[in-house]
Design a protein around this ligand. Structure first.
Ligand SMILES: NC(=O)c1ccc[n+]([C@@H]2O[C@H](COP(=O)([O-])OP(=O)(O)OC[C@H]3O[C@@H](n4cnc5c(N)ncnc54)[C@H](O)[C@@H]3O)[C@@H](O)[C@H]2O)c1
Length: 269
């Protein structure tokens, strides 16, 4: 039978879902049938995202989660499974960026970026796999989608901590996908690599380029990035949400350990 792309009846936890790609993904998954748990450290904005989904007829709730905290991850996963009867989808989306020259980058800044972008993904994946595997508390398998970046495939000046963390996410994803297959966990694990996607994070990137003298203006910074692409427009958070919907749905049941470049052709050049 021809597969249709939906996530009806599935329980989805999305980190960093107060704004940007995470919020758009929460809305896309909710519109396509999932019950969505919006998780973030930004409580007010996260609650507002969940409220908006409910107002539009979807099923959503907000839960506070700092992805760098192992204790919070354990608590959140067990609360979700207890309240909703299981967990089918985890989107490890929360991430931060630091635009600093290597020679100015402190160990503290390096650790901060890697603790959110890499360790957060490790912790979420570990506790999601634990509950999703056949003898886990959820026990019905699942799909984990990790947000890497084109910066996980190629380098960029002044972004060594970010690129290292995203390269780590890329290959961690493949390793866990293979391990889940080896142990019969029935969990698929894939990474999504956004290119230039207009969110707060990217606006911050433009501002930092102007501050560092790498671009004369915000428009100049934007042109720098646009010139890397094949397609003429910036990506939108919804473009990322569409790819994540596919990976979360059973239509992608033969896809694991894969990386999806949603980048307007940037990595093809
Ligand atoms: N925007 C882009 O162009 C782009 C490109 C490549 C990759 N990405 C990746 O996509 C993901 C989302 O990016 P975005 O542009 O939507 O970012 P954003 O800055 O707009 O949103 C990030 C969200 O993560 C939350 N967050 C930060 N630290 C957290 C923590 N410790 N625990 C829980 N939540 C936390 C923030 O509160 C915020 O809601 C990130 O992993 C990012 O690296 C984005």
């Amino acid at each position: 039978m021809e597969p249709t792309i939906h996530v009806k009846g599935k329980i989805a936890l999305i980190t960093g879902a107060a704004m940007g790609i995470g919020a758009a993904t929460a809305k896309v998954l909710a519109r396509n049938g999932a019950t969505v748990i919006v998780a973030d450290i930004s409580d007010e904005a996260g609650q507002a995202t969940a409220d908006q989904i409910v107002k539009e007829g979807g099923a959503a709730e907000y839960i506070s989660l700092d992805v760098t905290s192992e204790e919070q991850w354990k608590q959140v996963i067990s609360t979700v499974v207890e309240h909703h009867g299981g967990l089918d989808i985890l989107v490890n989306n929360a991430g931060i960026i630091k635009h600093t020259k290597l020679l100015d980058l402190s160990l503290k800044e390096w650790r901060l970026v890697n603790s959110v972008n890499m360790e957060g993904v490790f912790l979420g994946t570990k506790y999601a796999v634990e509950t999703m595997r056949p003898d886990g508390t959820s026990g019905r398998g699942g799909s984990i989608i990790n947000l890497s970046s084109v910066g996980g495939n190629i380098g960029a000046p002044d972004m060594s901590s970010y690129c290292a963390s995203k390269g780590g996410v890329r290959n961690f994803t493949k390793a866990v996908a293979v391990e889940c297959g080896a142990y019969g966990y029935n969990v698929r694990v894939n990474s999504v690599h956004p290119g230039n996607c207009l969110t707060e994070m990217f606006k911050q990137e433009f501002e930092e380029m102007v501050e560092n003298g790498e671009a004369e203006s915000i428009d100049g910074a934007m042109k720098f990035y646009m010139d890397m692409q094949v397609l003429p427009d910036m990506g939108t958070p919804e473009d990322m949400g569409a790819a994540i919907l596919f990976l979360a749905s059973d239509a992608s049941k033969f896809v694991t350990g894969a990386e999806f470049h949603i980048d307007g052709g940037l990595l093809a050049k």
